[in-house]
Every structure is written in C-alpha cells, then in structure tokens.
Design a binder for this molecule. Structure first.
Ligand code: APR
Length: 178
C-alpha cells in the first residue's frame, strides 16, 4: 500500500531490504557499528567486507542511539547505507519513542544531504531490540510523514517489512493517515 503526501510517497512492502534498488537503504545497527544478525547481518553479507572496513574507518567510536551515520553501499544496488541505531525496548519509559523517532529523522536528513530521491527502511528496533511492532509503526510512520510534510523530500520512502505481522501493523497505522 502507499500514501501520497504532497510530492512524496510512503510505500509499504514485504520482503528483504537487501534486494531493494533504492538510492539508500537503512541498516538496523548497534551503537558500536560492529555488525550483528537480522537486518545488520543481511546488509553486511550482501554489501561485502568493504562495508565493515569503511564503517570502522569512518566511525571508530560508533554512533549514538537515536542517530545514524552514512557509508557507501558497496555490493548492494543502493548507493548508500545509513546505519541507524534504534533504542533497546525497556518498557517504554526510557525515551524509546523519542530515540526511535530520532534515528528515522537522522536518516531522512542524511537522504536530503546526499540528494537521495528514494530510501528504504526496515522496522528499526522491532527485532532483537524488542520494540512492540504497533508502537514502532506509529512512531516510525508519524516521524516520516511529518518530515515529508515539512521538507518535501525524499520523494519515495519505502518500508520493507519482514513478514505479514509487521506489514499488517504498518498498514493499520498508514490507513489512519489517509
Ligand atoms: N529485510 C527486512 N527486514 C528484516 C530483515 C531483512 N533482510 N531481516 C530482519 N528483518 C526485520 C525483523 O523481522 C525486524 O522486524 O527487521 C526488523 C528489525 O530487526 P533487527 O534486525 O533485529 O534490528 P533491531 O531490532 O533494531 O536490533 C538491532 O540487532 O542484528 C543486531 O547488530 C544489530 O545489535 C543490533 C540489533
């Protein structure tokens, strides 16, 4: 499903984020930027070892939670990877929503800075980091919608969701924006 906001579109898809032909894809990273499982493992496998080499070289101190940093995409068809660090879910009272929103927002700012017209996001923090999917969908989609309404770009934001549960949760929230 997709929804248009002025000149921009939010699109929901099911699948594997590493297969997306977009200007930028977002990695669900940890603050050490040292790789892992889930999206992180899949992106590093698909991009090849140069991705980890460049990440270590450019960001030896990692990235703070609630933010993101950029590298090239190497073997991916995406030009850039934005490594976003979402919060670990700790019950909801530790600023998780603000931190998750900050991670999405920083990726969108990076997209604008790098002249990306398209960007693909996974559902950051909803795997190993344990963020409830319904709350994550609300925070993520609200952050992206507000940014697109303010900035008018990037033109296409695609959420690539793994499995029907996540896709359904994001659809339910996006429908409320129509
Ligand atoms: N494409 C799209 N979505 C995926 C893929 C994929 N190839 N693989 C997993 N997912 C989904 C998961 O089902 C989940 O909904 O992405 C969402 C995020 O899950 P994680 O990758 O576990 O990310 P997160 O919860 O943010 O945890 C980050 O996990 O792998 C480590 O190094 C990473 O420490 C960091 C932590």
């Amino acid at each position: 499903m997709h929804v248009q906001f002025n000149e921009c579109q939010i699109e929901l898809a099911q699948g594997d984020i590493t297969e997306q032909s977009m200007d930028a894809v977002v990695n669900a990273a940890n603050s050490g930027l040292r790789g892992g499982g889930g999206v992180d493992g899949a992106i590093h496998r698909a991009a090849g070892p140069d991705l980890m080499r460049e990440t270590r070289r450019l960001y030896p101190d990692g990235c703070e939670t609630g933010s993101a940093v950029s590298t090239a995409g190497f073997e991916l068809s995406a030009k850039y990877v934005f490594h976003a660090v979402g919060p670990v879910w700790a019950g909801g009272g530790e600023g998780e929503a603000e931190l998750l929103s900050g991670a999405y927002r920083r990726c969108l700012e990076l997209a604008v800075e790098h002249d990306c017209t398209s960007i693909a996001f996974p559902a950051i923090s909803t795997g190993v980091y344990g963020h409830p999917i319904d709350l994550a969908a609300e925070t993520s989609l609200t952050t992206v919608r507000d940014f697109l309404l303010e900035q008018g770009r990037p033109g296409l934001v695609r959420f690539v969701l793994f499995g029907g549960g996540a896709y359904g949760a994001f659809c339910r929230v996006l429908e409320t924006f129509i």
